[in-house]
Design a binder for this molecule. Sequence first.
Ligand SMILES: CC(C)(COP(=O)(O)OP(=O)(O)OC[C@H]1O[C@@H](n2cnc3c(N)ncnc32)[C@H](O)[C@@H]1OP(=O)(O)O)[C@@H](O)C(=O)NCCC(=O)NCCS
Length: 158
Amino acid sequence: MSEFLLRPSRTCDVDEMSDIEQASFSVPWSRESIRQAVTSDKVYSVCALENGKVVGYGMSLTAADEGEILNVAVSPEYRRRGLGEKILSDMLRMCAERGARAVYLEVRESNAPAASLYVKTGFTVAGRRKNYYKYPTEDAVIMVKLLPGGDDNDNSCD
Ligand SMILES: CC(C)(COP(=O)(O)OP(=O)(O)OC[C@H]1O[C@@H](n2cnc3c(N)ncnc32)[C@H](O)[C@@H]1OP(=O)(O)O)[C@@H](O)C(=O)NCCC(=O)NCCS
């Protein structure tokens, strides 16, 4: 079984990330949007690599005590090997480290693989945005996962 390495994304990863993005979504982020996210201080972007090749990635954001999963995708030929779960867990770890108490995301209501991944990782349905997505038009399901610790500033036990 292959060993996958997870590390923060670099600008040299953008082309491979963009190829995976194009293969994964009907309305993919542009290469420029991916580059901006990878170079942003506010976004945590992580890549999964096999033998130096980018095979998946994720992007998340933390503001105050809320985290958001912006994107997660695995190259089609590398799916169902636990990579999506590994990438998502890493983003949740980073959201917690940056002080998030709850992490939100949006998913197309027809995206059963992603919804199943999120439920397996502890997300629950928090709401819905009507006709949020285009091509095809579809509702977004909003999901949330509460984090137990986060960056806890409670010093009451000190
Ligand atoms: C969603 C996605 C990232 C999952 O990546 P993955 O590496 O295949 O997922 P994993 O192998 O880690 O699977 C973890 C869990 O996700 C669920 N899952 C993943 N693919 C699934 C599928 N095709 N059908 C049903 N459940 C699925 C299962 O619960 C699985 O756990 P299990 O293996 O114990 O059954 C991948 O399918 C993908 O890149 N899809 C296109 C992009 C996308 O939709 N991203 C999400 C946007 S909101």
